[in-house]
Design a binder for this molecule. Structure first.
Ligand SMILES: [Zn+2]
Length: 284
């Protein structure tokens, strides 16, 4: 299988490839503002057979002499994902070829793959970039003590990742993180949840992180939030605003839980909501 078989998009001099890490499962009980039966019906209507599966994407960005990975998948944490390394190889990339990793945030399905099964860093030459508020949040013992039991393990995974890369950890606030890669604050999901706008040759693409977990539910109904959102209200406000922007500006979108296709446009429906549109062609 060649890398041509993996979903890819060109943005000027950059090639962005969706690298699947596999799946996690999230019960519809975690969703707010929707009945589980309605969530199931929406998945069914979208042709999704495994209703509660959430696909995990990472993105490989090549160009301008760099090989950059955005997020690192779950690495098998709770038996989630774990396919990043094998799928990177399909794209012709070995772990030591990655020279930078940009994090959207530090939940375990995004940083679990930074550390391998033996406790070593999985990407031995990569600098790790994260928003300074994201790093500070997970390092704070007060936040750990206030976290619900379900979320305690998330702190341990995030801390292990940041500790493993401590000599190569680069934090940022706003602006350009690497040439042509701009940080876009997307508040609500976590303290430092960040998207990246990739720009080259007058073209651009937005990697929107965890704006949605169930795209066929939350794009049509952006008020539906998930228990993983630290601030559900703010996350919903951010999601709605971004869907509005993405549809009006016809932004090409990449998202960590967007789908196996990896890329999409957002179109406004005639009833005022939104829908996902194929990345093959910008919606009219
Ligand atoms: Zn996630």
């Amino acid at each position: 299988m060649s890398s041509l078989a993996l979903p890819s998009q060109s943005v000027g001099d950059l090639t962005i490839t969706a690298i699947s890490d596999g799946y996690l499962h999230a019960s519809f009980d975690f969703l707010a503002n929707i009945y589980p039966a309605d969530a199931a019906r929406m998945q069914q209507n979208a042709g999704i057979t495994d209703h509660t599966s959430v696909h995990i994407n990472c993105y490989l960005v090549r160009g301008n002499g760099r090989t950059v990975l955005i997020d690192a998948g779950a690495g098998g944490f709770k038996q989630w994902g774990g396919r990043l390394r094998a799928n990177l190889l399909l794209a012709g990339v070995i772990p030591s070829a990655i020279d930078a990793i940009l994090l959207t945030h530090a939940h375990p399905d995004h940083v679990g793959g930074l550390i391998d099964a033996s406790g070593e860093t999985a990407f031995p030459k990569a600098e790790l970039f994260a928003h300074h508020r994201e790093v500070a949040f997970w390092q704070d013992d007060g936040n750990l003590s206030r976290a619900p039991e379900r979320a305690r393990g998330n702190f341990l995974v995030a801390r292990q990742a940041f500790d493993g890369y401590r000599d190569r950890l680069r934090t940022f606030d706003t602006g350009e993180v690497l040439p042509g890669m701009m940080a876009v604050p997307l508040p609500g999901h976590t303290a430092g949840h960040t998207g990246y706008r990739l720009e080259s040759g007058g073209q651009n693409l937005l990697v929107w992180g965890d704006i949605v977990h169930f795209p066929e539910i939350q794009i049509p109904r952006p008020e539906v939030s998930i228990a993983f959102d630290q601030d559900a209200q703010l996350a919903a406000t951010t999601r709605t605003g971004l869907l509005d922007l993405a549809s009006s500006d016809r932004l090409l979108i990449a998202g960590m839980h967007l789908s196996e296709s990896g890329f999409a446009y957002v179109a406004r429906r005639t009833d005022g909501g939104y829908r996902m549109a194929s990345a093959g062609r910008a919606p009219a």
